[in-house]
Write a protein that binds this ligand. Structure first.
Ligand SMILES: Nc1ncnc2c1ncn2[C@@H]1O[C@H](COP(=O)(O)OP(=O)(O)OP(=O)(O)O)[C@@H](O)[C@H]1O
Ligand SMILES: [Mg+2]
Length: 375
């Protein structure tokens, strides 16, 4: 459930963390509402774990502040905060059974025995391990161990649960099951979860909002739909979902259309909303998602029509992905929905390729982006 306009559970303001000349987290400001499921997503080394550790008080920021329920907790260590963290290596106590692993936090706080018993029971029900309380943790499956770690963290009723890639060690099927399970637990528990992953589909599946990071910076923080449809830049566009990125030169603007040139091609794109008109001669990145590129008959009536040749096709069950050579060193990928009996194209086929101006996005020029074609 999204937190709507509800109160803020945790917030960072301009947080910076440096390690020996390397800025691991660079000026990150982020607000997470109560009850939200937020994912931090980005490539290895982009600062996800460091940001999570700053939120949990395991690291202190060099600059900026962290606020928990509106209170400045910068400088307060992890044990003084009402947040809990689950790590990739779950770090369960191997010599204790399931019950005692989950009860640990309450025992440390000298909670009465009867209350411990009741709360552990409730937690075991929540994570659907009702019959496992006496089981040694060494005799659990990966998914069960995961649930014990979640129960052990949630029994402390944290305001915020921080999870650092807890599913990455699981095989694909179990991982998908645990994604659903974690969402269910979060909904029933009603807590605020911040979840680190470098798997974009995992972030899309689970999150109310996603923060995309790169090089210590938070590039975009928005709902999955917004990030997919309105990526902040070409890195985000390429990292979330599949997209063709073309290096283009702006030729000019007329009647809400921007004309751009890529290789020998002249293409029309819708003028980006709320942005100033692009100056003729400037360069930009053009993003066209694989599914918005239409081929063959489906291309009829599109605002941009091109010609190309099929150089590869990959059958994906419900869709087929074609690689298309348009000449001038431009190769595009198109993903077509496919049902048995539909026409299929073969290597070497020449066909019409189309896309509509409103289905492409003009993004800021980024020389570091992996793009197709020359100006
Ligand atoms: N204790 C440390 N000392 C020095 N540098 C560190 C330390 N912890 C992290 N870094 C550096 O800070 C940067 C961010 O690291 P971080 O662990 O936050 O990345 P990450 O996004 O979690 O990556 P991964 O997906 O691989 O877990 C990296 O360049 C890393 O080498
Ligand atoms: Mg990490």
């Amino acid at each position: 459930m999204s937190g709507g306009n509800g109160p803020i559970a945790i917030e960072t303001r301009g947080v910076i963390k440096r390690y020996a000349g390397n800025t691991a987290v660079n000026q990150v400001s982020l607000q997470v509402k109560k009850g939200e499921f937020v994912s931090l997503l980005g490539p290895s080394g982009c600062g996800k774990t460091t940001l999570l550790r700053l939120l949990g008080g395991l690291e202190q920021p060099d600059e900026g502040t962290v606020l928990l329920s509106g209170q400045d907790v910068s400088g307060i260590p992890a044990y003084g905060r009402n947040s809990n963290m689950i790590f990739q290596q779950l770090a369960l106590f191997p010599h204790m059974d399931v019950f005692n692993n989950i009860a640990y936090g309450l025992k440390v706080r000298k909670t009465p025995k009867a209350e411990i018993k009741q709360r552990v029971h409730d937690m075991l029900e929540l994570v659907q391990l009702g019959d496992y309380s006496k089981r040694a943790v060494s005799q659990l499956s990966g998914g069960q161990a995961q649930r014990v770690a979640i129960a052990r963290a949630l029994i402390n009723k944290p305001e915020v649960l921080l999870l650092d890639e807890p599913l990455s060690a699981l095989d694909m099927q179990l991982r998908l099951d645990m994604q659903r399970e974690l969402k269910r637990i979060q909904r029933e528990f009603g807590g605020t979860f911040i979840f680190v992953t470098h798997d974009q589909s995992e972030a899309m599946n689970m999150s109310d909002r996603i923060g995309v990071m790169r090089g210590g910076k938070l590039l975009q923080y928005a709902t999955p739909d917004e990030i997919y449809e309105q990526p902040a830049d070409s890195f985000v566009a390429k990292f979330i979902g599949d997209t063709n990125l073309l290096r283009v030169k702006v030729l000019g603007t007329e009647q809400g259309r921007v004309w751009v040139q890529a290789g020998g091609l002249k293409l029309a794109v819708q003028q980006p909303e709320g942005q100033p008109a692009l100056t003729a001669g400037s360069s930009a990145s053009l993003s066209i998602r694989y599914e918005y590129l239409r081929i063959g008959e489906a291309a009829q009536g599109c605002g941009n029509l091109l010609e190309g040749r099929v150089t590869d096709s990959v059958y994906g069950g419900a869709s087929i992905r074609y690689t298309l050579d348009l000449g001038g060193h431009i190769r595009l990928q198109a993903s077509s929905l496919y049902q048995r009996g539909d026409a299929r194209y073969n290597h070497g086929d020449s066909l019409v390729i189309g896309f509509n101006p409103e289905d492409a996005l003009l993004l800021p020029d980024d020389p570091a982006a992996d793009r197709e074609g020359a100006l």
